[in-house]
Design a protein around this ligand. Structure first.
Ligand SMILES: Nc1ncnc2c1ncn2[C@@H]1O[C@H](COP(=O)(O)OP(=O)(O)O)[C@@H](O)[C@H]1O
Ligand SMILES: [Mg+2]
Length: 284
């Protein structure tokens, strides 16, 4: 079955092609793009569309590759064997009781094929991707403590996301199918908004989108607002029932758009926008 987006998620043709290509090649799909462009949501929606379970591994700066395989809790075992525990002697002796399965283990041993999301891989240590190469390639790994090999019953569909905070190693890139989610153009953005607010008035949508894309065009912004921020902002505008003419007449009445806190996330950007609006007003 091919992925074509869902009723909740707008996927451009290129993105659909990328998902299906990675699936055919049985290679991880590496998705890059600005924060808020729907990378994490893509994995959720691919799983939903293909009717598969989604196993999510969210990466932090402290995450180590081996945690995705398993962790052996030697300390608890030592404590239990010395101090006694609710577990019987036999159970303490069985090392398997002290092995905590990681997300790859879970994905490999699942009855049915699953989607495995490795989210924000660029958060981790530079060695992290390389440390997973072998396991992702072979779809198996060895558990030294118990001597067993964990082999994938079904190759999971792997989606890896990155916000581009760090470069990924070449050897890792070679094994992935890559797609960059471009920031949505106006037409795609309107489609995305319509998924979230199917009843939004066309005028309000147009005015809000104009302002949003103008703000994104302001040179030198520290943090450009993203799709998810536009969605938040529209939610506030709709909740407050702000008529579209307030947005329209805003250059003259107010320096910056109402409820801008949903779009701009630091004071430098707010100042920049105020200055720009001030200059525009003086010119007119
Ligand atoms: N293509 C899309 N279709 C529908 N909603 C989208 C799309 N892209 C982004 N969104 C909205 O933006 C929010 C943030 O997306 P998310 O997947 O968390 O972004 P990322 O992981 O790239 O930072 C989503 O919860 C969704 O509401
Ligand atoms: Mg994300």
């Amino acid at each position: 079955m091919n992925f074509t987006g869902t009723e909740n998620y707008i996927a451009t043709e290129e993105l659909q092609m990328a998902v299906n290509a990675a699936k055919t090649l049985e290679r991880p799909l590496l998705i890059k793009g600005e924060p808020g462009t729907g990378k994490t949501m893509l994995a959720e929606e691919v799983a939903a569309a293909l009717n598969m379970e989604l196993i999510q591994w969210h990466i932090k700066s402290t995450t180590r590759a081996h945690q995705g395989l398993y962790e052996y809790d030697a300390v608890s075992r030592l404590r239990d064997s010395q101090l006694g525990s609710q577990l019987g002697n036999e159970e303490v002796n069985d090392i398997a009781n002290y092995i905590k399965k990681g997300k790859l283990w879970e994905a490999f041993t699942s009855e049915k094929q699953v989607v495995l999301l490795i989210d924000e891989i660029d958060k981790a240590d530079i060695e992290f991707p390389n440390d997973l190469l072998l396991e992702l390639d072979k779809m198996e790994f060895f558990v030294y403590e118990t001597g067993e090999t964990i082999k994938a019953r079904h190759r999971p569909i792997i989606i890896i996301t990155s916000n581009n905070e760090k470069e990924l190693p070449d050897a890792f890139l070679r094994r992935c199918f890559f797609h960059y989610i471009n920031f949505p153009d106006q037409k795609t953005m309107a489609a995305i908004i319509n998924v979230h607010y199917p009843n939004i008035k066309a005028n309000l949508l147009k005015e809000a989108m104009d302002i949003f894309f103008q703000i994104r065009d302001v040179p030198g912004l520290k943090k450009k607002p993203s799709t998810s921020e536009l969605i938040d902002w529209l939610k506030l505008l709709l909740a407050d029932d702000i008529p579209e003419d307030i947005l329209k007449g805003r250059d003259h009445s107010k320096a910056i758009p109402p409820l801008y806190g949903a779009l701009l996330k630091n004071e430098q950007d707010v100042h920049r926008l105020e200055k720009l609006a001030f200059m525009l007003r003086r010119e007119s």
